[in-house]
Design a protein around this ligand. Structure first.
Ligand code: PHE
Length: 449
């Protein structure tokens, strides 16, 4: 077990914020959020999503950071340290499972991003005769090509993770995140000027609550957890690398606001364009891959803009998959005492197998379904709609009811050296509000109430 000063960690408060925000901001914001908004009816979904995120999910992030920093261990080990010989360790099992399930489909989408990145360099990419929806379909259903891109994405992730926390994760995130922000801004501004009839803006800002049901809440909750990287121990693992003098509540606010900002910007970049080009907002997982080439094709320097966008998407995906990898690697290093290299190797092999299944489920293995869904969709909805909220529920119960409030306060105030004005509100939310809301949303999403 690596403890105290020997444990690798983030070197500065800014580094912590950037790395955690790098984990949060990813395909969840730029790929998943726009199609969720499209499928779930636009602005009503967005409002519910924002409320859930600010009120119920932010405290879960605080709780995860706190558990991680107090225990200084991986997601399994943290509960061994804070609650030895108790079933709370189950949260760790749930977290490791969620990390694998998410990586299973995440690396496939990461691979599509790399494919589009390289396609952008081909001059004829934007002047092809077939529709963008068709060429996307052809790419993802092919047996070999998407698989190779998926493996490349996994390899890139593994290389950064081998570098460790300070030299790998923090160094890359610090440079990549701000660049990413500027790029999405540029795209959003460009897309808004295309939506001359403002149909996209109406879809985004004129709420229609008549279509809201239990499923809308479940989808918004799942999206909030997924997007903030909470409910599966990524933030526990990153929390274990946070220095003692960081303000955990402020850091969580920072990460949440950055994440929210990226999602809204992504919505502003995608949805107006969807309407401007007559694409169906409920196109599903292909939405971003169909919409953007369409915009780029009608813009000067389209290929270059397209290259920029897919580089951006690739970077965002990478800083998130790094954190998913890190959950598994930290466990293998801390609890199984593997060397960092061996741990990364093992995780890489397992993720390659899962990625292969998810990638092939878009074409060759399309007919292999579980509960009517292919492997890719199963991983997506199992993680966001079940595993993450369930993990979040138990983390809330652990911090709210099992840990002593004095210990929680001690960790959040850095041993009494800083003030945490909303401490009681955070504790209340962790004890009552979030658990009850998660249970109710589960029940109504499943059609039980
Ligand atoms: N938040 C990441 C994204 O939006 C995905 C993720 C989920 C990463 C859970 C880590 C843990 O792309």
């Amino acid at each position: 077990m690596q403890q105290g000063t020997t444990r690798d960690g983030f070197s500065s408060k800014f580094g912590v914020l950037v790395a955690a925000a790098g984990s949060a901001v990813g395909l969840g914001n730029l790929w998943r959020f726009p199609y969720m908004v499209g499928e779930n009816g636009g602005s009503a979904f967005i409002i519910i999503y924002i409320l859930l995120m600010v009120v119920l999910c932010m405290p879960v992030m605080v709780a995860e950071f706190m558990v991680g920093r107090r225990a200084k261990r991986d997601v399994m080990g943290a509960f061994d340290v804070l609650a030895p010989r108790t079933p709370w360790k189950g949260i760790g099992v749930l977290g490791l499972t969620a990390a694998l399930v998410i990586l299973g489909f995440y690396c496939v989408v990461g691979g599509w991003t790399l494919a589009y990145m390289s396609n952008s360099v081909v001059p004829s990419f934007l002047s092809q005769t077939e529709t963008y929806a068709n060429s996307f379909q052809n790419l993802i259903a092919a047996p070999v090509q998407p698989l190779l891109w998926c493996f490349l994405f996994i390899l890139l992730t593994a290389l950064v993770v081998i570098g460790g926390v300070k030299n790998g994760i923090e160094r890359y995130s610090k440079i990549l995140m701000p660049v990413l922000f500027v790029m999405v801004m540029v795209l959003a501004v460009r897309a808004l000027t295309l939506d001359t009839e403002m149909k996209g803006l109406k879809f985004l800002f004129q709420p229609d609550f008549s279509k809201v049901n239990g499923n809308t809440f479940l989808a918004a909750l799942g999206q909030a957890f997924f997007s903030m990287s909470i409910g599966m121990g990524a933030m526990i693992t990153y929390g274990s690398y946070i220095p003692k003098n960081s303000n955990l509540v402020k850091t969580s606010y920072g990460v949440m606001s950055t994440d929210l900002l990226f999602s809204l910007l992504a919505g502003l970049a995608v949805i107006p364009a969807v309407f401007a080009f007559g694409i169906s907002p409920s196109e599903g997982p292909g939405l971003v891959f169909v919409t953007f080439p369409e915009i780029f094709s009608k813009l000067p320097l389209g290929n270059i803009l397209s290259l920029i966008f897919f580089v951006l998407l690739g970077i965002a995906a990478l800083t998130s998959s790094i954190s998913l990898f890190e959950v598994l690697v930290a466990y293998l290093v801390d609890a199984r005492r593997l060397s960092r290299r061996k741990a990364v190797g093992l995780v890489t092999c397992i993720v390659c197998v899962l990625g292969t299944l998810a990638s092939l489920s878009m074409g060759t293995l399309k007919h292999l379904t579980i509960f009517g869904k292919n492997f890719f969709d199963c991983c997506d909805s199992l993680s966001a709609n079940i595993l993450l909220p369930l993990g979040g529920l138990f983390i809330c119960l652990f911090v709210g009811w099992y840990m002593k409030p004095a210990d929680v306060r001690d960790e959040l105030t850095n041993g009494g050296t800083i003030r945490v004005p909303l401490f009681n509100a955070i504790l209340f939310i962790l004890r009552y509000a979030t658990p009850i809301a998660i249970l109710m949303i589960f029940a109504s999403g499943m059609g039980w109430i």
